[in-house]
Design a protein around this ligand. Structure first.
Ligand SMILES: [Zn+2]
Length: 346
């Protein structure tokens, strides 16, 4: 994999990753990013941090395709976030980050506060405006896995970063403001509540390996050498799918070459199955769960997809029991949705 680091005029870094070296000359850039001043406030009952990033209000909301900020810049055209006429995969620091490496000293308030220190990146999977993880060529998906590995390594090397989380929000149903195929990476100066709970569980037992041994094939959607995509028997969303290696690895940075290929194929197949399920691009939130810093000895890497759809045209909303009690109530059984996804014809 080749990597070029380019410094944008406003100081943000842009990385161009490819199977071939990137040598194009830069084109004119647009307006610089506004100043980010995020901070954290402590929620004393939930005992968790809330991030305040007031500058994010100004971000682009569903711009028309000719003004997509994630497309390559056309010579003589309007300047996008990527001032080059072509690229394979581009990663750049978010223009409207929720956390910032040079976040200022937080305000003094009646509750504990902290600096909103972190790095937020945007990962553009392809220069093509239309597409998905399911429709990308296998070679590009493998490159994406290598990009995630590069970002995990470099971001975890910062002392102030305790957790690195690549994810993708897809579809207007989950609030996506840009349709161009892309994901994001958030890094946190603390281990957030969900990976923290997972890390505690993995410290006690090899939860996923036990699950694979006990559950057999009833929950399997599809498989690849050493990896499985499955609906967990305790799914919290009707078509929730997890993709995981069968052997315990803390994160993709420990994948072998063969595992990078198998993981890329399986991620693509999982999304392709979603898209055939109701014959429409399936909205979801996809999150990579790798080991928080210090948990590498016991954590089992996996990807979780949370799709908000329960039937064609019907969304699952989080309401009283989910928001008030934190208890999900499901009307679809995981063994039934697993069979539906398994039976989809690709
Ligand atoms: Zn685009």
């Amino acid at each position: 994999m080749h990597r070029r680091v380019f410094h944008k005029a406003d100081g943000r870094k842009l990385y161009l990753f490819g199977t071939k070296p990137h040598t194009l000359s830069p084109l004119p850039e647009g307006e610089g990013a506004p100043e980010a001043k995020p901070h954290l406030r402590w929620h004393p009952l939930r005992e968790e941090w809330i991030v305040y990033a007031a500058h994010r209000q100004e971000r682009a909301f569903l711009p028309p395709p000719e003004f997509c900020p994630l497309c390559p810049t056309r010579p003589g055209g309007f300047p996008t976030e990527i001032p080059f006429a072509d690229f394979e995969i581009a990663v750049f620091e978010n223009r409207f980050p929720s956390l910032h490496p040079r976040a200022p000293v937080p305000p003094e308030l009646c509750v504990p506060t902290a600096r909103g220190q972190g790095i937020c990146e945007v990962v553009v999977y392809t220069p093509e405006h239309i597409g998905s993880l399911g429709s990308l060529p296998q070679e590009r998906r493998e490159l994406l896995v290598r990009v995630w590995i590069d970002r995990y390594r470099e971001l975890y090397a910062h002392d102030f970063i305790k957790y690195v989380m690549p994810f993708e929000n897809r579809g207007e149903e989950v609030g996506v403001t840009l349709h161009h195929p892309h994901g994001q990476i958030y890094t946190y100066p603390f281990v957030p509540p969900i990976p923290e709970k997972e890390a505690v569980a993995f410290r006690e037992r090899p939860v996923l390996e036990e699950l694979f041994a006990r559950c057999g094939d009833a929950y399997t959607v599809c498989e690849e050498e050493g990896f499985v995509a499955f609906v967990p028997p305790f799914a919290r969303y009707p078509y929730e799918v997890w993709v995981a290696p069968r052997r315990r690895v803390p994160g993709p940075w420990e994948f072998t070459e063969l595992e990078i290929k198998a993981f890329a194929r399986l991620l693509g197949e999982a999304v392709a199955r979603y898209d055939r399920l109701f014959d429409r691009p399936f909205p979801y939130v996809m999150v990579l769960h790798a080991a928080p810093k210090g948990e590498e000895g016991t954590f089992h890497f996996h990807v979780e997809f949370y799709p908000p759809m329960r039937a064609p045209g019907k969304l699952k909303f989080l309401a009283g029991t989910e928001l008030g009690a934190g208890t999900m109530v499901m009307d679809a059984l995981p063994e039934v949705t697993a069979a539906r996804l398994r039976e989809v014809k690709l």
